[in-house]
Design a protein around this ligand. Structure first.
Ligand code: SAM
Length: 271
């Protein structure tokens, strides 16, 4: 089985996505989504950004490699009566079946960054966007001091080294890499803009219970715990993550968690 697919089907990202809904909606609000627009959400999960875009009236297609998340997205859309929002399985590295120039807006929030072959991902995103359309990506930033970069950094210290030739998803958080990838897909530097933005993880329980959600449901963290367990280091990993989450929790209520995390927002104007 494709290891990228296996990683995301292993857990249940819906349990983490539940903590990210408000930020998903806030991200979509200023994007100018309007009725009749065709929007593609790549690596959409269960629709944290796809569903707000559909609520603004766009025709939204969510594409994700994980079958369980596609099913969860379709269930959410049905439950909300959104007939203009559908989810299907697909790989951001190869969007076969999606026509050239068929979307006004391609959104990928912490999604396509996890696909292998980043050059192919950039080329595919550009290919399916119509001239005059936009691509908006949200990418975690390597070595950033905030939550997600730190979870991935801590986790990698407990995991075996990646295979030769592995390109870290976090390289999508480096402006020079992003410009190089879209440049190779034919987009000049002046059509790409960057800003630093914040996503907040909001959880109705204390910080260690959010760590537990990552341990039980977030594929990359599940893998780190499995590797750490083999070395007898799972308790150390748990403690390290607990102290990370506790130190980043900004909630005034000790029984709730609110953790802001910085990401790189990339906007590409396709000519
Ligand atoms: C961190 S989650 C983010 C999900 C969603 N965008 C959100 O904001 O809640 C990463 C998502 O990327 C998806 N993904 C990973 N590799 C992918 C690929 N090659 N093609 C499409 N989706 C992929 C995963 O299945 C997962 O749903």
């Amino acid at each position: 089985m494709n290891p990228n697919k296996a990683l995301w089907e292993k857990g249940d990202f819906t349990r983490i996505a539940e903590t990210m809904r408000e930020s998903g909606q806030a991200l979509v609000a200023p994007l100018g989504v309007a009725p009749g627009m065709r929007v593609l959400d790549l690596g959409c999960g269960d629709g944290t950004t796809a569903i707000p875009a559909a609520r603004l009236g766009a025709d939204v297609l969510g594409v994700d490699i994980a079958r369980n998340l596609v099913e969860a997205g379709n269930r959410r859309a049905r439950g909300l009566g959104l007939s203009n929002c559908t989810f299907q399985e697909g790989d951001a590295s190869n969007l076969e079946g999606l026509a050239d120039s068929s979307f006004d807006l391609v959104v990928s929030i912490f999604g396509a960054m996890f696909a292998p072959r980043p050059m192919d991902v950039a080329r595919e995103m550009v290919r399916v966007t119509r001239p005059g359309g936009r691509i908006v990506m949200g990418n975690w930033i390597p070595d950033d001091p905030t939550l997600v970069a730190q979870i991935l950094k801590v986790s990698s210290a407990y995991s075996p080294p990646p295979p030769d030739g592995f390109v870290s998803p976090m390289t999508w958080g480096l402006e020079s890499e992003v410009t190089g990838r879209f440049g190779a897909a034919g987009v000049p530097r002046e059509r790409i803009s960057f800003s630093r933005q914040t996503y907040t993880f909001s959880h109705p329980g204390p910080a260690p219970s959010l760590v537990d959600a990552f341990r039980l449901f977030y594929g990359p963290t599940m893998n780190a715990f499995e590797a750490a367990q083999k070395d007898g280091r799972d308790k150390a990993l748990h403690e390290e993550l607990n102290s990370l989450f506790e130190s980043q929790n900004r909630s005034a209520d000790r029984n709730a968690t609110s953790i802001p995390a910085t990401f790189l927002q990339v906007t590409v104007s396709v000519a």
